[in-house]
Design a binder for this molecule. Structure first.
Ligand code: 4AD
Length: 445
């Protein structure tokens, strides 16, 4: 056996004998030639079994090889510009073939399957090329999030998943029985971030969060990953300035590292390449006015109804998309109505019907990817708001303490990983952006 190598490194072995260990992705039978497309997790390469060059037993094995059988192949690497595969441009002339396990009939065939079937077979679907590309990009997005924050003075402080209090809208709580006490799966780590912020200045938490969303949409999961930075002495302007740097770095890093994966996904990257600071900023008031003007100019009654909005209403997908389409880059919408947002948001001075909140809407119809705000730092006002949540205020005692001992203006936001992956990869639905999606009708596999 020659040295086992990874397919991603194949260019370094031009003209040499190597050993590959992986799975058969596809086989094309040309009689005396068997083209085996082999993947190993790092790439995909064409291996050629030529009857003349192999012993009869190995050739027969190649001919009978089923999709997803696990194999060890030894052969010689040769350059070929037309060879299919990733990174491509090389193929392997097979000298020896070993089968570790001959796979049974594989449910996912190289043809179109319905998405529900693929979701039922997610544990196998993750092996498909598109899914491989998406999940590799997801890993880079997560890695860049961590690196950027670590490099910019933010400290990772973990926050609990089992919590006695709600951090967001109480209609989306997953309630559990915690030894006889009600508890909830964390909707956000924010409230704990605020405690940690007072100890470390700039902090972030990053983990799974849970929302019992009762609707099926392209953008909602029950379990999603969120990164939440929280910063002492940041106001809304500071927050937007930081967010646009952070998000631009994520997009540019993916473009740099994943040309191959983006090509597999057939993602047009023209718009992504333009994602650099600054991003446009508009107020909620302005956004509503723009939407109303747009709706007034439209003849199609269905579209008109979809875009209808009164001041005070929250934006649905059609609104978000329409606003985003007015700009090239992601757009910040700030100062939302206080009544439409979470309890902890700082009211605008002199105009308490709106609050110091900001959402970032991604271009190309991918919707809201971040939500954040300045936090109320006045103890009395926060206590009033906590009383309105509808959960025993006692479980917020610690949170209210934070406003009694060195309260400071501070801000933070949450970025949803899956929506960011959907946007960057150009995916119409969020379900493929997470390895195992949890949705209204799906807990399997
Ligand atoms: O706007 P949200 O609800 O903000 C918070 O949870 C704040 N506590 C964050 C903070 O200020 N620390 O959620 C933030 C982001 C959204 O913009 C979206 O990207 C994502 O989290 N998100 C979801 N992603 C997938 N499925 C869901 N059900 C989501 N709900 C929110």
């Amino acid at each position: 056996m020659a040295t086992p190598i990874q397919i991603s490194d194949i260019a370094q072995y031009d003209g040499q004998d190597v050993t590959l260990r992986g799975w058969l992705y596809n086989r094309t039978d040309k009689g005396r030639l068997q083209f085996l497309l082999v993947r190993d997790g790092t790439g995909l390469v064409q291996c050629v079994a030529f009857k003349k060059e192999l012993d009869a037993e190995s050739f027969a094995l190649a001919q009978s090889l089923t999709q997803e059988s696990s194999v060890i192949i030894t052969g010689s690497v040769r350059g070929d510009d037309r060879a299919p595969g990733y990174p491509g441009k090389f193929e392997v002339g097979i000298k020896k073939l070993e089968v570790i396990q001959m796979a049974g009939e594989y449910p996912i065939q190289p043809k179109d399957h319905g998405v529900e079937f693929l979701m039922d077979n997610r544990h196998l679907w993750v092996r498909s090329l598109r899914q491989w590309a998406i999940l590799r990009i997801r890993a880079t997005i997560i890695n860049t999030i961590r690196n950027w924050l670590d490099d910019h003075g933010y400290l990772l402080i973990d926050t609990p998943i089992l919590t006695p209090a709600a951090g967001e809208n109480t209609t989306t709580l997953f309630e559990i029985d915690y030894y006889g006490e009600p508890a909830f799966l964390a909707q956000t780590g924010q409230l704990y971030n605020e405690a940690n912020m007072a100890s470390f200045g700039k902090v972030y938490c990053f983990g799974p969060t849970f929302r019992a969303e009762k609707s099926k949409t392209r953008r909602h999961l029950m379990e999603f990953w969120m990164v939440e930075p929280e910063m002492a002495f940041f106001n809304l302007e500071d927050l937007m300035a930081m967010e646009e740097q952070f998000i631009s770095a994520i997009v540019q890093t993916v473009l740099q590292k994943h040309a191959m994966e983006l090509e597999i996904l057939e993602r047009d990257t023209t718009r992504l390449a333009q994602i650099t600071p600054p991003f446009p900023r508009i107020s909620y008031d302005d956004a509503v006015e723009r939407l109303q003007k747009l709706a007034a100019e439209i003849d199609d009654p269905e579209r008109k109804a979809e875009l209808a909005i009164e001041w005070g209403g929250d934006f649905g997908s059609p609104h978000e998309t329409a606003i985003a389409e007015m700009f090239e880059k992601p757009v910040f919408v700030y100062n939302y109505p206080t009544a439409a947002k979470a309890f902890y948001m700082q009211p605008v001075e002199g105009r308490p019907d709106v609050c110091r909140s900001v959402d970032l809407l991604a271009p190309e119809g991918y919707g809201e990817i971040t939500g954040g705000s300045e936090r109320i730092y006045d103890a009395d006002l926060l206590e009033e708001r906590v009383a309105e949540i509808g959960i025993d205020p006692n479980v917020y005692r610690w949170y209210l303490d934070l406003r009694k001992f060195g309260s400071v203006p501070h801000s933070g936001f949450g970025l949803g990983v899956e929506r960011t992956v959907a946007w960057i990869c150009g995916l119409p639905h969020i379900r493929e952006t997470i390895p195992y999606a949890r949705m209204l009708n799906r807990l399997y596999p």
